[in-house]
Design a protein around this ligand. Sequence first.
Ligand SMILES: C[S@@+](CC[C@H](N)C(=O)[O-])C[C@H]1O[C@@H](n2cnc3c(N)ncnc32)[C@H](O)[C@@H]1O
Length: 141
Amino acid sequence: MGSEPGHDAGKAAPPPAEVGALMRQAMAFHRAGMLAEAVSAAEIPARATDDYIRNLFAPFASAFDGVLAKLNYRVPGLLAALRARFPTDRPLDVADAGCGTGLCAPALRPLARRLVGVDLSPEMLEKARARGLYDALGRPS
Ligand SMILES: C[S@@+](CC[C@H](N)C(=O)[O-])C[C@H]1O[C@@H](n2cnc3c(N)ncnc32)[C@H](O)[C@@H]1O
């Protein structure tokens, strides 16, 4: 664990003020809508629409990895730590649903005979493709 930048489990969490600033930066990518509905009397939809997801992540894709590293995002590192529990001969077909920029791909690739990434956002998929770790990438049909 800890081979991916920003995913060192031993790293101290950033101070609350910095987390707050980063969260505000992330929220600035929101094009309102869902949040406005959540705090208003309007009926809250069961899930975010596909358009909302695409609009949210399109401008976020280029900054995503840097923001998550600063937030000490630990999922890729935790996944890598689980590797020891799986057979080493890569028998798994793995679907990375909502793969984003592919931050989890380095942890999943060693486990996978076939690694497929799916995401609604073309911009996030482009970043994931650049890693060169997936056998296939695409949008959900
Ligand atoms: C917070 S990011 C996480 C990305 C990645 N799993 C990671 O750990 O870094 C969530 C991703 O899920 C995608 N997503 C959200 N809802 C989705 C859906 N219904 N179908 C496909 N992708 C979706 C978004 O476009 C975004 O790239």
